[in-house]
Design a protein around this ligand. Structure first.
Ligand SMILES: *[C@@H]1O[C@H](CO)[C@@H](O)[C@H](O)[C@H]1NC(C)=O
Length: 259
């Protein structure tokens, strides 16, 4: 039994079919950008490639166009994600950007990757009081340390940029009231006498901890309220029984009218 062996060379041309999806590589899957960043600030570098050859390996990359970001490519297959418009953390604190890479094969294949962008806070909002002007009443003769009222300011920023401290701004009344710098609660520092003063104004500043800090000042109109602490003085007729009388005196009353 003989075997007749022979050799032949077989050359096979493998024709590429578009069987590889594009690959998206993002150096970091999330990135931070400050809300005051200028347009054109780079956020991330994206590398795309495709293992296919020819048109099946030619890839383009895109993001939705309704975002304050865009892709810029200066080197083939590399895209920079940059800011393209104004950012405002108080309006939108984060974005999830869908990056799509599509090859030019037929049919074409595409891949998507979602990138999250966190907008970091800048101290761009001053504290605002719930009212520009407040009214408060203090009953005369109340002991030192009596609660008067509480002012409240809000700050739209984040973290220490939104942390508020209160202080009295007009020093001429700083011996009248004291304020809790954290809570905005005002307390008396002395007794008040309606017969000496019925009204004074106090200004309170709310300042945040941003660098530099921002502040706002409000006005409080404080009214001293009478307590019935003075017995009426009876002018005429002179009473010896403790009976209290009232009398009207005309403006043009001549001297000695009541006597
Ligand atoms: C982005 O995705 C995260 C996680 O899924 C989600 O918590 C967040 O609300 C999303 N942000 C926006 C603006 O869609």
């Amino acid at each position: 039994l003989f075997y007749n062996a022979s050799h032949c060379k077989l050359i096979i041309d493998v024709i590429d079919v578009n069987d590889n999806k594009p690959v998206i590589e993002i150096k970091s899957a999330s990135a931070n950008v400050a809300e005051d960043s200028k347009p054109g600030t780079m956020i991330a570098l994206i590398n795309i490639y495709d293992l296919d050859t020819g048109s099946s390996g030619r890839v383009t990359c895109a993001i939705p166009d309704n975002l304050p970001f865009k892709l810029v490519s200066e080197v083939k297959n590399y895209y920079m994600l940059v800011t393209d418009g104004l950012l405002d953390r108080e309006l939108q604190p984060d974005y999830n950007i869908t990056v799509t890479a599509t090859d030019a094969g037929s049919p074409s294949l595409s891949s998507v990757k979602v990138m999250s962008i966190v907008i970091t806070d800048v101290n761009d909002n001053a504290p605002t009081f719930t009212e520009r002007e407040y009214n408060a009443n203090i009953l005369e003769n109340k002991p030192v340390g009596t609660f008067v009222m509480k002012v409240n300011a809000e700050d739209a920023d984040d973290g220490s940029n939104a942390k508020i401290h209160y202080q009295i701004a007009n020093s001429e009344v700083s011996s009248f009231l004291t304020i809790n710098s954290d809570t905005g609660e005002l307390f008396t520092l002395r007794l008040f006498d309606y017969e000496q003063s019925v009204h004074f104004q106090i200004k309170v500043t709310a300042r945040d901890e941003g660098g530099p800090p921002l502040s706002t000042t409000c006005t409080i109109n404080v009214f001293i309220k009478d307590q019935n602490d003075n017995s009426p003085v009876v002018l005429y007729p002179v009473q010896s029984t403790g009976f209290i009388a009232e009398d009207m005196v005309p403006v043009e009353a001549p001297r000695g009218y009541l006597s």
